[in-house]
Write a protein that binds this ligand. Structure first.
Ligand code: FE2
Length: 387
C-alpha cells in the first residue's frame, strides 16, 4: 500500500465524525467503521500504539516453571523473550542480539544458563548482561571484559506478573501493573487466586480481527440467538448489562441453579461469601486480556492479533486446588472443558460472520442497543484514543 493511501485510510478511520459518534449515547452513536477491522495500515498502527503503550499479556508463568526456562513470544509484532532467572523472577527482553540483530531464541527451552546468539556466539546472562564476544578483536582475541561489554546488554522490556499472567509494557510508560489491575482485584477480593491451578489450554485460529473476538466476549446480547445451552442456564432477563470503568470492561449475572459446566461437582474457592457462590463475572483488561470467573473455575481468554483479518484465541482453564488435577474430579473437569470448546466454537461463527460483514459498504460502525452495547462503544473509544 502506498503511503498516500495508508495516510488516507488512517485519517479517514479516525475522522472527526467518528469521534463524535463514539461520544454520543449508544442509541445515537456507533462503534468503529469497517477499515478498523480490515485495513493492514490500521493494524500496523494498533501494533505501534494500542499494543505498545499499555500492559499487554505476554505469556503464562506456568510456561516458565523453573529457573532457566525461556520462552520466545511476539508482542506488537516484535520478538521478545521471557525468562525465569536464577532468583525465580520472570524477566522480558527484546529477543535480538545487540551485534547484528539476529533473533536470539527461536523456541522454548529449559535449563538455559545464558543466551548465546547462534550467529556469532555473543553470550548474555539471564539478567541480560553481555558476558562475552568470541574473536571480537580478531582470531582468538575474545572480549570478556565487563567494562567493555556493558554497552551491549540485552534491551530490557518492562515486565510484571499478576497471578499466572505475565504482562509487558513495551513503551515503558504505563501505570504500574497493580494500579492497572486494581479495579478487578478489588471486585474479586473475596477470591483466593493462589488456589487456582491451570488444567487445560485451548486455541482457536479465527478469520477475524482481534477486536471482534474481544467485543463478542464482553457482549451477552448474542447468547439467546447463538448459545442455546447458555440461554437455558441463565436467561436474558437475568443477565446484567455490561459496564466499564476506563480500560476495564465487565459484565456478569447471578445464576439460580448450577450445571455440570458451571459450579457443580468441582471444589469452590475457599471461604467464598454466599453472594459470590452463585455468580459468574466477565472482565476485559484492555486491549486483549479477559477472563470469566465462576465459584469453581476461571477461564482466561486472550486474543492475539495475527493481521487485520486474523487472530488467535487462547483459552486457559483454571480450577480450584484439586479440581485442576485430582483424579476424582477428572470427569467433572472434562465436562467443563468440553463445554468451553463447544461454546467457543459457537462464538467463532458469531465473530467470523461479523468479520465477513465488514467487507460491506452497507455497514459503517453499527446501530447499537442502548442496553447491551454501550460497552462496545467504550471499547471503540479506547481503541480510537490509543491509535
Ligand atoms: Fe458467545
Amino acid at each position: 500500500m502506498s503511503d498516500i493511501v495508508a495516510d488516507w485510510i488512517s485519517s479517514d478511520v479516525l475522522d472527526a465524525g467518528l469521534k463524535r459518534r463514539l461520544a454520543l449515547p449508544a442509541a445515537e452513536g456507533s462503534c468503529l467503521p469497517n477499515a478498523a477491522y480490515t485495513s493492514a495500515e490500521f493494524h500496523r498502527r494498533e501494533q505501534h500504539t494500542v499494543f505498545r503503550n499499555t500492559w499487554v499479556f505476554a505469556g503464562f508463568t506456568h510456561q516458565l516453571p523453573k529457573a532457566g526456562d525461556v520462552l520466545p513470544v511476539e508482542i506488537a509484532g516484535q520478538p521478545l523473550v521471557l525468562v525465569r532467572d536464577d532468583a525465580g523472577r520472570v524477566r522480558a527482553f527484546h529477543n535480538v542480539c545487540r551485534h547484528r540483530g539476529a533473533k536470539l531464541v527461536s523456541e522454548a527451552r529449559s535449563g538455559v544458563s545464558r543466551f548465546v546468539c547462534p550467529n556469532h556466539s555473543w553470550s548474555y546472562g539471564l539478567d541480560g548482561r553481555l558476558l562475552a564476544r568470541p574473536h571480537f578483536f580478531g582470531g582468538d582475541r575474545h572480549d570478556v571484559n565487563r567494562a567493555q561489554c556493558h554497552r551491549a546488554d540485552l534491551v530490557k522490556v518492562r515486565c510484571n506478573v499478576w497471578h499466572d499472567w505475565i504482562f509487558v509494557n513495551l513503551g515503558g510508560e504505563a501505570d504500574d501493573l497493580p494500579e492497572h489491575t486494581r479495579f478487578i482485584r478489588e471486585r474479586l477480593a473475596d477470591h483466593d487466586f493462589t488456589q487456582l491451578r491451570v488444567a487445560e489450554t485451548l486455541q482457536f485460529d479465527l478469520n477475524a480481527n482481534w477486536k471482534l473476538a474481544i467485543e463478542n466476549f464482553i457482549e451477552p446480547y448474542h447468547v439467546f440467538a447463538c448459545h442455546p445451552w447458555l440461554n437455558t442456564f441463565v436467561s436474558m432477563a437475568e443477565r446484567e448489562p455490561p459496564g466499564f470503568q476506563g480500560h476495564v470492561l465487565f459484565c456478569g449475572y447471578r445464576f439460580s441453579r448450577t450445571d455440570p459446566a458451571r459450579g457443580e461437582g468441582l471444589p469452590y474457592f475457599p471461604d467464598l461469601p454466599e453472594a459470590r457462590r452463585m455468580r459468574g463475572d466477565w472482565f476485559v483488561l484492555f486491549p486483549n486480556f479477559a477472563f470469566e470467573i465462576f465459584p469453581d473455575q476461571v477461564a482466561v481468554f486472550v486474543v492475539t492479533p495475527l493481521g487485520a483479518g486474523r487472530c488467535r484465541e487462547t483459552i486457559a482453564l483454571y480450577f480450584v486446588g484439586e479440581g485442576a488435577d485430582g483424579a476424582r474430579y477428572a470427569e467433572a473437569r472434562e465436562r467443563v472443558v468440553r463445554s468451553w470448546r463447544d461454546l467457543n466454537l459457537e462464538d467463532v461463527g458469531v465473530v467470523e460472520r461479523m468479520q465477513a460483514g465488514r467487507a460491506s459498504d452497507g455497514f459503517d460502525g453499527g446501530v447499537l442497543s442502548p442496553y447491551w452495547d454501550p460497552v462496545l462503544q467504550q471499547f471503540a473509544r479506547l481503541v480510537a484514543d490509543a491509535v
